[in-house]
Design a protein around this ligand. Structure first.
Ligand SMILES: Cc1cc2nc3c(=O)[nH]c(=O)nc-3n(C[C@H](O)[C@H](O)[C@H](O)COP(=O)(O)OP(=O)(O)OC[C@H]3O[C@@H](n4cnc5c(N)ncnc54)[C@H](O)[C@@H]3O)c2cc1C
Length: 444
């Protein structure tokens, strides 16, 4: 088959590689000037850095496999990060579960309850069945009590889902806790997070190189404008003003874009796509002439205009970035939020007081450079009974498929799961080849 793929993020690249291994020809269309999608990088001090912070958990076995298969295993570093939680202007370390006992923002009884509930959840392998129809807030607030919820889980949910925080399903939160604990070796041990020295760009550009080396084509700076459907079946793509005929088409775009480029989707499938809401991901990236803190990941429970402060150079060495100290100030916002209209300088002004809460000595003269990145498909909102909102790979139009982050469940979206989706959808497209050809009336 000749297969057209919209999007050269990691899902599109994994699908392309797998389809080639199954004997098919692939052509990818990527709107940006480079591959990588949400893992895309920009140079800092001569070294590529992700526009949005990225690391791996030890449970990300598919991503780890790709890195090793591409011969990059020697660049993969596993680090025990120094993480924390900011409450009432105080930074609390959260490295081992015992740090919970020192979390004096809440009474001791609440701390113990918070810890016991986390221990309980890490043992629930069947959370998907148990928690499908309950909200994270409803379940968690009952389990840990209001004080612990308001100091810990509540701000984390609000930080990621803003106005939708109260609608988030417990399956999402359960799985986060379940997998985060899996990244620790024992109850008292520290978490290990993985990073590819020189950025994850190493593996996705290697993957793109492998695909092209095998005869695949990647059109960069080429937006797919519309999927062509004739007699009810996908026949190709219009991209960059040209028509490309294909036997099958795969879209790896967020639902909002998918709806635009595929206007002929069956109504019930389109309704599923429309039912999933997204939060924009935003990151203000700063390079500083000194560290802001000694922590890698600081979750913010206080009412600041950002929800996490991720100090990348407390994870990797500043020397790797020509001595720059790198800070991500992350926020997830609903469409229409005023920050989406701002430039980096304006966002910085808006965040300045928050930086001083984290470190009262912070001074704007520490800042060398600023960048502001945003992505409308940053985070699908995973509500209760989410399994009913997952669009199938098959769109209902013979020959037209979708693989995107709304199909990652019960895990939270991540490179690992997009790579896995790419492999799974490719295998399905291969299996469907005879029936799609028959639906199009082709002779096989
Ligand atoms: C803030 C943030 C932090 C994250 N942190 C982590 C982390 O720590 N660890 C981790 O593993 N994962 C993390 N992720 C998630 C991870 O980056 C994503 O799950 C993964 O990259 C999604 O890949 P994808 O291929 O499914 O989608 P995308 O990366 O969105 O790829 C879709 C591609 O389609 C292209 N496109 C869109 N429209 C068109 C069009 N019309 N024509 C052609 N091309 C088009 C886009 O440019 C894009 O390249 C993070 C994501 C964000 C936003």
């Amino acid at each position: 088959m000749r297969v057209g793929i919209v999007g050269a993020g990691v899902a599109g690249l994994a699908a392309a590689k797998t389809l080639q291994e199954l004997g098919h020809e692939v052509t990818l269309f990527e709107g940006r000037h480079e591959v990588g999608g949400q893992v895309v990088t920009f140079p800092v001090g001569g070294t590529p850095l992700e526009c949005f912070y990225h690391h791996l958990f030890t449970s990300d076995t598919v991503a780890i496999r790709y890195i090793h298969e591409l011969g990059l295993g020697h660049h993969l570093r596993w680090i025990e990060p120094y993480n924390g939680h900011l409450v009432n202007g105080k930074r609390y370390p959260f490295v081992t579960p015992f740090d919970l006992l020192r979390f004096d923002a809440i009474p001791l009884a609440s701390r113990i309850r918070l810890g016991l509930v986390a221990l309980y959840l890490r043992r629930q392998a069947d959370g998907l069945d148990k928690y499908e129809n309950v909200t994270a807030r409803g379940w968690m607030e009952r389990a840990v009590g209001s004080r612990a919820f308001n100091a810990f889980w509540g701000p984390l949910l609000r930080g990621k889902f803003a106005d939708h925080a109260d609608d988030v399903g417990m399956v999402w939160l359960w799985n986060k806790i379940y997998l985060r604990f899996a990244s620790r070796k024992g109850t008292g041990s520290k978490e290990s997070l993985g990073y590819l020295e020189g950025s994850f760009r190493r593996y996705y550009t290697a993957l793109a190189g492998l695909i092209e080396g095998r005869g695949g084509t990647i059109h960069l700076n080429t937006n797919a404008e519309q999927v062509s459907v004739e007699d009810g079946a996908a026949t190709g793509l219009r991209a960059g003003g040209e028509f490309f005929p294909f036997d099958q088409v795969l879209m790896t775009t967020p639902n909002i874009i998918t709806r635009r480029i595929a206007p002929d989707l069956p109504a019930d499938y389109a309704a599923i796509l429309d039912s999933v809401k997204y939060q924009w991901a935003t990151c203000l990236v700063l390079t500083l002439n000194r560290p802001l803190t000694d922590m890698y990941w600081l979750s913010i429970a206080d009412d600041l205009p950002f929800v996490a402060c991720v100090e990348h150079t407390n994870f990797m060495r500043p020397e790797d970035y020509d001595g720059n100290h790198i800070l991500y100030l992350s926020n997830y916002v609903s469409p229409g939020h005023p920050v989406l209209e701002m430039e980096a300088d304006e966002v910085f002004e808006h965040y300045l007081e928050g930086l001083k809460v984290i470190n009262p000595r912070f001074d704007p003269s520490w800042v060398r450079e600023k960048w502001f990145f945003k992505d409308p498909g940053g985070q699908p909102v995973i509500g209760t009974n989410y399994s009913k909102s997952i669009p199938p790979f098959r769109t209902g139009v013979p020959g037209l498929y979708l693989a995107n982050t709304t199909q990652v469940y019960p895990e939270d979206r991540g490179q690992n799961y997009s790579l896995r989706l790419g492999e799974e959808v490719a295998a399905l497209m291969d299996r469907d080849a005879p029936s799609v050809a028959a639906a199009k009336g082709a002779w096989i």
